[in-house]
Write a protein that binds this ligand. Structure first.
Ligand code: MHO
Length: 221
């Protein structure tokens, strides 16, 4: 089984039957976004759209999105794309839930487009590392895009093709990003929300490839 381990971390997603059982109770959600003060819990205003990205440790990933100049209503960190209902951080870190550490971005598409969020996604992590992001190894650090609509799915797929071409020119490897229909988003513990705003010197393992996202995507119509 050595090939399935990296520094002792599990590198395969457990089958649903082998995942931890979890619980029915949902995580408590803080009232407000620590940085911009908007209500953190749903329902969100009708004109907002949601997006979910996994790009390694969710602390630094979340900060990339709340730092955007305009159009982001709230960001939140959570767990998604595994099997365990309402998991805890400790359970996710065990590799026995199948979940990824992800960021929910609630944005106003009249102010910032999904394509602009995709640019932030691709340029701020290394999407060729499989079940790892930098020094963080394990299935919860995989690269992922979780789509809420056909339009998001088409843009995500097209952006992957365009970014792969750019990576190829720079001598990088194959993209390992999973692109799925958005699964349920489980909010992480309150202390993880906007973690790097609460702990400015906190750990951030985020690193990109220095390859820019091409501006034009060709999306099949
Ligand atoms: N290497 C970091 C990752 C934290 S992140 C929320 C740590 O173990 O604290 O996964």
């Amino acid at each position: 089984m050595l090939s399935n381990l990296f520094g002792g971390k599990k590198l395969t997603i457990p089958a649903p039957a082998d995942a931890l059982p979890g619980r029915a109770e949902k995580m408590a959600i803080p009232a407000k976004h620590f940085v911009n003060g908007n209500p953190l819990a749903p329902p969100y205003p009708d004109n907002m759209e949601k997006a979910i990205f996994g790009m390694g440790c969710f602390w630094g990933a979340e900060r990339k999105f709340w730092q955007l100049p305009a159009g982001v209503y709230i960001t939140a960190v959570g767990y998604a794309a595994g099997s365990t209902p309402n998991p805890t951080y400790q359970e996710v870190c065990s590799g026995l839930t199948g979940h990824n550490e992800v960021v929910l971005v609630v944005f106003d598409p009249a102010v910032i487009t999904y394509q602009q969020l995709l640019k932030v996604f691709w340029e701020n992590h290394n999407p060729t590392q499989g079940m790892r992001q930098g020094n963080d190894a394990g299935t919860q650090y995989r690269s992922g895009i979780y789509c809420y609509s056909d339009s998001q799915m088409q843009l995500a797929q097209a952006s992957k093709v365009a970014y792969q071409a750019a990576l190829d020119s720079a001598g990088h490897k194959e993209i390992t990003t999973e692109i799925l229909t958005a699964p349920e988003f489980y909010y992480a513990e309150a202390y993880h929300q906007q973690y790097l705003a609460k702990n400015p010197g906190g750990y951030c393992g985020l690193g990109g490839t220095n390859v820019c996202m091409p501006e034009n995507l060709s999306v099949a119509s």
